[in-house]
Design a protein around this ligand. Sequence first.
Ligand code: C5P
Length: 220
Amino acid sequence: TLPTLVAIDGPAGSGKSSVSRAVARRLGFAYLDTGAAYRALAWLALDRKTDQTQADAVTALLKDFDYSIGTDPDEYFVTVGQTDVTDAIRSPEVSAAVSAVARVPAVREALTELFRSLAANVDRPGVVVEGRDITTIVAPEAEVRILLTASEEARMARRSAEITTQSAQTVAEQLRSRDRADSQVVDFMSAADGVITVDSTHLDFEQTIDAVIDVYHTRT
Ligand code: C5P
């Protein structure tokens, strides 16, 4: 039997990654961070000094994109070739480059296929898959589909609390410009048909996890 799919989409700073990972842990499920794959490809583009605005050059990177990601929520890692890029893919440089890489149609097609096969082959009874287009494109058939949102103010505040190497203003500007670029490619600000919205603006971390778990129980 196929693993139960919990699809979670949302904008940057919604708490998506940490909440998704915690939910996976609670349910005994695997965890798949799809943004990490886009980030890993952006990292490779920077490492190879590829112009990430050149769709053909970015597409060409796919053929030696030897990427691997941990799907155990307790042993999360991302590697490209022999390089562990778990921390490097969170750098401001990668964050600034990732939207250009993610808008290339051939990239989205290749990574979507990869996500489907990773999700189908986890060694757990289910998998939490997290990103921007999981509820709509990658796994519209998922048993549980959630859009995790929060007010812009709350998202900016959370992200700047996480990133202490840059000013709150810089973080907010970068987040806004990434969301703007990303929303030209996929709509992750409004819930598609059948997708349940969880608004975390007034919830703390534990309450957000509980809210997601509640949705899971009403759907399964
Ligand atoms: O989730 P995270 O912020 O790490 O995602 C990094 C980037 O990857 C996003 O800004 C977006 O450009 C891209 N992405 C995407 N589709 C997904 C997940 C991430 O285009 N499903």
